[in-house]
Design a protein around this ligand. Structure first.
Ligand SMILES: [Ca+2]
Ligand SMILES: [Ca+2]
Length: 388
């Protein structure tokens, strides 16, 4: 897969992201450096600035970093959903989009992770999980009825609909290759945690293309509306420095971020999954061996099935799709389902450690990858660890 790490080069602009200290005036700061203040993330101290052509963004960045009102300033970088680029969708399954069809078709996967449906039927708190992805298909009315908060960082002011837009924003000759990604992720959450409330944040377009700024806006919104878990099945193979402080801020404000490690079968982790405070998830097959496409690395905390998963499509029928992106929502869904059964919210720092400590050690089945896959999701143990 090919990813551009130039400063948001795909948009023909140079964007800078900054965290400003309380009381700072972004318009005044922009004026001082001859740049333009564009917008602020929802209810968060992060700001986007636009450096017009002809100015040297690196020089401006260095000057801004010395401003006492600026905590940090970094480039806006591009991120993508890995399946859109390197994968490609599998076939449609001859079953309509329905949770019970999901249980039947994913029986092997759910057995593998120790999921049992009666757990999801018990009483619980109204927990919120944020899905930062391509949005949700308009026809999934039962999921929309649980979508208590909706945000669109791609087409601001409109519903976060996961529909084809006839675009090729990453100029790879394929149109809308990311469409359905967010819907598929939402469908997995619907199966594993059918009563949790959804925060649908569209941060990637229908080609699966996102950016650090879109992600920051989506995550800030998710924190503001009280999401306890945020699932990010997107990434960049390079470092995205703007995200690390944002993730820390999200954690301090009550949101655990869980992200996919990437699909390149390499000893590396995509950002944001590579950021230490993000719970990084990679993929295994039905026999608990590393999925052929999934990345591996010592920074990975958890793994879950990533091959041949069934979930909802943007049409009437379920689809089958493989990818590390889809292992992450199994972990996210399992975590939010366990949190639903707790009487109150818990510290994200404590939660992170408990999730990381849970699950099965599958190193013996994975020679050559010891300590590089994290522990494999096992719901009964996750519940024991989370309830403490
Ligand atoms: Ca494309
Ligand atoms: Ca981590």
């Amino acid at each position: 897969m090919l990813l551009t790490l130039a400063s948001a080069g795909a948009y023909g602009q140079v964007n800078l992201i900054a965290r400003l200290h309380p009381g700072a005036n972004p318009a005044l700061i922009a004026y001082q450096y001859g740049i333009q203040y564009k917008e602020k993330a929802p209810a968060a101290p992060f700001y986007l600035f636009f450096v017009r052509a002809g100015l040297d963004p690196e020089a401006i960045q260095l000057q801004m970093a010395t401003n006492p009102n600026v905590a940090w300033v970094e480039d806006d970088l591009k991120l993508e959903s890995p399946e859109g680029v390197s994968g490609g969708k599998g076939g449609t399954v001859g079953a309509i989009n329905d949770r019970n069809n999901g249980y039947a078709l994913n029986a092997g996967v759910f057995n593998q992770i120790g999921f049992y449906k009666p757990f999801t039927l018990q009483w619980g708190r109204p927990v919120r999980i944020a899905l930062l992805d391509t949005g949700l298909a308009p026809n999934l009315t039962s999921l929309w009825s649980r979508a208590v908060a909706r945000y669109n960082a791609v087409e601001p002011g409109t519903l976060p609909l996961d529909v084809a837009r006839r675009t090729d924003s990453n100029l790879n000759g394929k149109y809308d290759e990311g469409v359905g990604h967010g819907t598929f992720v939402a469908g997995l959450i619907d199966q594993i945690s059918p009563k949790s409330l959804l925060v649908i944040a569209r941060v990637a377009d229908s080609d699966g293309v996102s950016s650090a700024w879109r992600l920051i806006k989506g995550l800030s919104y998710s924190v503001a509306v009280g999401a306890e878990v945020a699932n990010i099945s997107l990434g960049s193979p390079g470092n995205v420095p703007a995200l690390s402080d944002v993730i820390e801020w999200a954690q301090l404000n009550g949101t655990l971020v869980i992200a996919a490690a990437g699909n390149e079968n390499r000893d590396m982790v995509y950002d944001p999954a590579g950021i230490s405070k993000v719970l990084a998830v990679t993929g295994v097959d039905g026999a608990d061996r590393k999925a052929v496409f999934s990345n591996f690395h010592g920074k990975i905390e958890s793994c879950a099935p990533a091959t041949g998963l069934r979930s909802y499509g943007i049409g009437p029928n379920m689809v089958i799709w493989s990818g590390t992106s889809f292992a992450a929502p199994l972990v996210s869904g399992a975590v939010i389902e366990c949190l639903r059964h707790l009487p109150a919210k818990m510290s994200v720092e404590v939660l992170f450690d408990r999730v990381e400590a849970s699950g099965m050690n599958i190193d013996a089945l994975n020679p050559g990858y010891q300590g590089h896959l994290g522990r494999r999701l096992w719901l009964p143990d996750l519940w024991l660890k989370i309830k403490g």
